[in-house]
Design a protein around this ligand. Structure first.
Ligand SMILES: [Ca+2]
Ligand SMILES: [Ca+2]
Ligand SMILES: [Ca+2]
Ligand SMILES: [Ca+2]
Length: 239
């Protein structure tokens, strides 16, 4: 019996623990909406100490929607926000970020908005006014593009989020180009183009790989942007 407690019992405990550590519980409520071909972001938009979900995408072909999913102590539910419908984007980006510096996380979404064969784009900012109320920002100065990637990043260390935005811009139905560009935020949600990293035609998809990296540790964020031309290197830009 002593042998059992000294040797076998610890072994059984280890085996049981290893089995339990590999198990996950799906807590997704049935009421959460289904969306696809979009993007998600985590942030505590209601400042109650837990991470909430921003999700954008399609709920049917060419039907776009953005959802705010509130975390109530580990239980998620669709937030009853105002306005009750926020347009969504596909093949794009969703980010929580405090665009106007008031301490509340705002909604940033950018990507395809039109039919899949039309490639119309949308870039939207909704300000968080508190109490689940959001307000659409007007005249942001940001371009509307398709096949989008974006990141909110403070490139000039003024504690205000700026935007690095990449995607396909249509000049007309038949003419388009791909661009990766940086837009400075004046602190009131008005953006001005400060630098174009690349502007390309004839190549599909200028995916922006990452951002928020300080390669040379000088306190200024630098950028890593892929180069979609076959055979060329991704580009590293020091700020
Ligand atoms: Ca929260
Ligand atoms: Ca804000
Ligand atoms: Ca800034
Ligand atoms: Ca740097």
């Amino acid at each position: 019996m002593k042998l059992f407690f000294r040797t076998l019992l610890p072994i059984l405990f280890i085996i049981k623990s290893s089995i339990l550590f590999g198990q996950f519980t799906d807590i997704t409520p049935d009421s959460l909406p289904g969306i696809y071909d979009g993007d998600i972001s985590l942030g505590d938009y209601d400042k109650d100490g837990d991470l909430d979900i921003l999700a954008t995408g399609l709920f049917a072909q060419d039907q776009f929607i953005t959802h705010v999913l509130k975390n109530n102590g580990g239980v998620f539910e669709k937030a009853a926000i105002q306005p009750d419908t926020i347009p969504g984007v596909a093949e794009g980006k969703a980010e929580w970020g405090d665009v106007n510096g008031d301490g509340l996380l705002d909604i940033f979404i950018a990507g395809r908005f039109g039919p899949w064969n039309d490639e119309e784009g949308k870039t939207l900012v909704y300000y968080n006014k508190g109490d689940d109320i959001f307000e659409l920002a007007t005249n942001t100065g940001l371009p509307e593009l398709a096949q989008t990637d974006a990141t909110l990043v403070d490139f000039n260390n003024d504690n205000i989020f700026d935007v690095l935005l990449t995607g396909r811009i249509f000049e007309s139905k038949d003419e388009s180009y791909y661009q990766a560009a940086l837009y400075a935020n004046d602190g009131e949600g008005k953006f001005t183009e400060v630098h174009i990293f690349n502007k390309l035609s004839n190549y599909y998809n200028t995916n922006l790989l990452t951002s928020n990296v300080d390669f040379n540790n000088d306190g200024m964020v630098d950028f890593l942007i892929n180069q979609p031309k076959p055979g060329e290197s991704l580009r590293i830009y020091l700020n």
